[in-house]
Ligand binder design. Structure first.
Ligand SMILES: Nc1ncnc2c1ncn2[C@@H]1O[C@H](COP(=O)(O)OP(=O)(O)OP(=O)(O)O)[C@@H](O)[C@H]1O
Ligand SMILES: [Mg+2]
Length: 301
C-alpha cells in the first residue's frame, strides 16, 4: 500500500503542469492572440497569473492572458470607464466563440472551450478556459480594468512571480506544491457551489506570509498547521503583495469570511483525524480521509 508520503508525492505530481497541457495552453493562447490582434491595436500579449507562476491547480481553468493595448488606444479605452474596454473585448470574443462560451468578469473576459471534466477532474490534458485581460503599461507596472470598482487597477505580475519564486526557494522547493494543493482543496465540490476562499489568489497571498520557517519535511503536518493558520487569519485584511492593487481579501464579505473560517477549521480537524489514523497503522483509512479532504486527485493507490 501507498505510504502517506508517497500519496502526497503522487498528488503533487498530478497537480503539476505536464507537456501536453502546456502545449494545449500555448495553442489556445495563439488562437486567442491571433483573433485579438486582428481586432485591437496591441503592443504585447503573454500568459500570466497563477499559470505562469506554476501555482495554478487542476482542472486547468481560467488561464490569464494579458493583452497590452498600444498607447494610441489610451483615449479610446484607458480614459474611459473599465466597462468600455471589457465590453469591446467581450463583443470581439463573442464573434469568434459565440455568446454561450464567452462571459464578462470583473477584470477580464472568460472564454470557455467546452472541455469535459470527468469525475476524476481529468480533462484529457485540455485547458478548460482562458481569462482575457486588457491592460495598459503604467511605468514599470500595468493597469487593468476593474468593473467591480469602476476604476482601473495597478498590478505587477513580475513582482508576484518573484515573490512566489522566493517563497518556493525558502520552503525547500515545496511552497508552490502546497499552494496548488490548498487551491485544490478550495475547489473540492463537497463545499457546494461557492468556494470557501475567493479569489483563490488569496490562498497564494496568505501562503506568502503564513508558510515561513522552512519546510518541515511532512505534507500531512504542513497541511494540519496550514489549515489552522488560514482559519485564524482569513478574516484579516490581505493587501496586494506588490502594494499596488486593491486588497486581495476584498473578494469576500464578512459572512463569507466566517464561512471560510468554519470550513478551514473543519479541514484542520479532518487533517488531525487522518494523521491519527496513520499513526494507529490504519493507512488505508488515513488515505481515504485525505482524499475526502482534498478530492479525487488525491490517490488511494
Ligand atoms: N487585487 C489585485 N491587485 C493587484 N494584482 C492582482 C489583484 N488580483 C489579482 N492580481 C493579479 O492578477 C493575476 C490574475 O488574477 P487571478 O484572480 O486570476 O489570480 P491567479 O493568481 O491567476 O489565481 P487562479 O489560480 O485563481 O487563476 C494574479 O495572479 C495577480 O498577479
Ligand atoms: Mg488566474
Amino acid at each position: 500500500m501507498l505510504t502517506i508520503d508517497e500519496a502526497f508525492r503522487k498528488f503533487k505530481s498530478r497537480l503539476e503542469l505536464n507537456d501536453r497541457e502546456q502545449e494545449n495552453a500555448s495553442k489556445r493562447h495563439n488562437e486567442v492572440r491571433e483573433h485579438i490582434r486582428s481586432r485591437f491595436t496591441t503592443d504585447d500579449d503573454f500568459l500570466t497569473g497563477s499559470y505562469r507562476r506554476h501555482t495554478k491547480t487542476k482542472p486547468l481553468k481560467d488561464i490569464d492572458i494579458f493583452f497590452v493595448l498600444a498607447e494610441s488606444q489610451r483615449a479610446k479605452y484607458r480614459d474611459k470607464a473599465p466597462s468600455v474596454v471589457l465590453q469591446d473585448f467581450y463583443a470581439a470574443l463573442v464573434d469568434k466563440y459565440g455568446d454561450k462560451a464567452v462571459s464578462k468578469q470583473g477584470r477580464s473576459v472568460c472564454v470557455d472551450f467546452g472541455v469535459v471534466i470527468d469525475s476524476d477532474d481529468n480533462t484529457d490534458y485540455k485547458v478548460v478556459s482562458v481569462d482575457v485581460v486588457p491592460a495598459f503599461v503604467a511605468g514599470n507596472d500595468y493597469e487593468i480594468p476593474n468593473a467591480d470598482t469602476g476604476k482601473w487597477m495597478k498590478t505587477n505580475p513580475k513582482i508576484h512571480a518573484e515573490k512566489a519564486t522566493d517563497a518556493n526557494k525558502n520552503y525547500g522547493g515545496e511552497w508552490k506544491a502546497l499552494v496548488r494543493m490548498a487551491k485544490y482543496w478550495n475547489n473540492n465540490p463537497d463545499h457546494g457551489a461557492d468556494k470557501p476562499i475567493k479569489p483563490s489568489f488569496l490562498i497564494e497571498v496568505m501562503c506568502l506570509q503564513v508558510l515561513y520557517g522552512g519546510w518541515g519535511g511532512r505534507f500531512d503536518y504542513e497541511f494540519q498547521a496550514l489549515f489552522t493558520t488560514l482559519a485564524d487569519r482569513i478574516c484579516d485584511e490581505w493587501p496586494d503583495p506588490a502594494g499596488l492593487g486593491s486588497p486581495i481579501s476584498d473578494g469576500m464579505d464578512a459572512a463569507r469570511k466566517q464561512r471560510a473560517r468554519g470550513l478551514l477549521r473543519a479541514a484542520s480537524d479532518q487533517a488531525s483525524i487522518a494523521i491519527d489514523l496513520a499513526r494507529k497503522g490504519r493507512t488505508g483509512d488515513a488515505l481515504k480521509a485525505w482524499r475526502k479532504l482534498f478530492g479525487p486527485k488525491f490517490p488511494l493507490s
